[in-house]
Design a protein around this ligand. Structure first.
Ligand code: PMT
Length: 399
């Protein structure tokens, strides 16, 4: 989604300026055109040559530099931007922006742009917590700027506190979220489930289903990037928490059922990529079961079927991980669970299904139409599913 977008990256004179090189690099690799504007103090901390080599664009540092293609028309840059992001943003630049001061190329560009602006402050913790900085950030927020809050951790002063530049992934996630606001799922609420539920046997053991959560997280992030408000109900995974998504952690099928029931109020679609355990131990031992006997028999009972039991006027999308008769078995599940779509997931190949970054699926609708997709990345699969969701939501709305 970053491909062919023009991102104006403003770098100001905080010690975290070196991290802007990583941001510039990741955005460039994702296909964005990155136009960089550095304040004079930023150039003391990282050279325009470094940044410009990464972005392969001319780095603008001086408003009056005669050779700059933007020198007389900083408006050009302001108008070209799909989004402006300032990372790191010092207290000084935050204060200037809040006051409407335009005394350098960066502040002038921000004042002149109609594009959304993202500010990622990074500074000493006392400077960050100073009421004047907090007031300035609140003013910018009230004017529609997106603030990526700094992280807690070790600061250059040697102290630990709030003021470190947010993680690069968080900043990039925020850029995607902001760019996606006008996407084809803008105004829609999508609930996604991910991961494999774990059903406890005793305080130290559980039974559960395989799932890394990658497929569900890819759907949630793709929906966010297309403008949806997303709730992600997730069984335990080792994936980082996605930015701009309401994440509801759960462990068991029953907890997932409860969380889904709450989240689907006003939802437009529920997409269940989670591998929900079909059985749970009938009773959970209060104390750790001793390994005395040579065999152990567990009595299992059915878990609730979330997709079948959840009610509401939203699209229901299920997944079916199958190892044989993939499409036929998935079709049966679609019928049985009364779904609008089912994603038949072929788990026979090592490149598809659990844990890997790619997946081979067929998207099947209520009319039995089967769209067999080639092996794709999970993100690409997510986009294909959402294309279909957008189409069905359009039909539902009579468009
Ligand atoms: O997480 P990854 O490592 O990326 O792997 C992704 C995946 C393979 C887990 C995923 O793509 C997938 O296929 N998930 C569905 C797993 C499955 O086989 O589900 P099922 O056939 O047991 O259930 C069918 C549908 O009903 C699913 O949408 C499931 O979420 C839902 N279900 C199942 C049981 C239950 N008690 N309640 C449910 O709602």
């Amino acid at each position: 989604m970053l491909a062919n977008k023009t991102i104006v990256l403003g770098i100001t004179g905080g010690i975290a300026a070196y991290k802007a090189a990583d941001i510039a690099s990741k955005l460039t690799q994702a296909g964005a055109r990155v136009e960089v504007v550095m304040t004079e103090s930023a150039t003391k901390l990282i050279t325009p040559l470094t940044i410009g080599t990464i972005t392969q664009t001319k780095v603008v540092t001086d408003m009056f530099e005669p050779t700059s293609e933007y020198s007389l028309e900083h408006i050009t840059l302001a108008e070209a931007a799909d989004v402006v992001v300032i990372a790191p943003a010092t207290a000084n630049t935050v204060a200037k922006l809040a006051a409407g001061i335009a005394d350098n190329m960066l502040t002038s560009t921000v004042l002149a742009t109609k594009a959304p602006v993202i500010i990622a402050p990074a500074m000493n913790d006392n400077m960050f917590q100073n009421p004047v900085t907090q007031d300035n950030l609140a003013k910018l927020k009230a004017r529609g700027f997106t603030i990526v809050d700094p992280a807690y951790g070790r600061l250059v002063s040697g102290k630990t506190g709030w003021g470190r530049l947010a993680e690069v992934e968080t900043i990039i996630g925020t850029i995607k979220q902001v760019l996606g606001k006008k996407g084809d799922l803008a105004g829609k609420r999508i609930v996604v489930t991910a991961g494999g539920t774990l059903e406890p046997i005793d305080p130290v053991r559980h039974i559960g289903n395989r799932s890394s959560g990658k497929m569900g997280y890819a759907v949630a992030e793709a929906a966010r990037d297309r403008g949806a408000t997303v709730a992600l109900i997730t069984a335990p995974t080792s994936l980082p928490e996605p930015v701009g998504i309401e994440v509801v952690p759960v462990q068991t099928a029953s907890q997932m059922k409860e969380a889904v029931a709450k989240a689907v109020a006003k939802a437009d679609a529920l997409i269940m990529a989670a591998a929900v355990a079909d059985y749970q131990p009938k009773a959970v031992a209060e104390a750790k079961i001793k390994k005395a006997a040579p065999t152990l028999t567990l009595e299992l009972v059915r878990t609730p079927d979330i997709l079948t039991e959840v009610k509401g006027n939203f699209l229901k999308v299920g997944f079916a991980a199958e190892s044989e008769d993939v499409v036929a078995n998935a079709k049966q599940k679609l019928q049985k669970k009364q779904l609008d779509l089912i994603i038949a997931n072929d788990i026979t190949s090592a490149e598809s299904g659990f844990g890997v970054d790619t997946n081979k699926v067929a998207i099947i609708d209520r009319d039995g139409k089967v769209d067999n997709l080639p092996l794709l990345t999970k993100r690409e699969v997510a986009e294909k599913i959402l294309d279909k969701v957008v189409e069905l939501l359009g039909k539902k709305a009579g468009r």
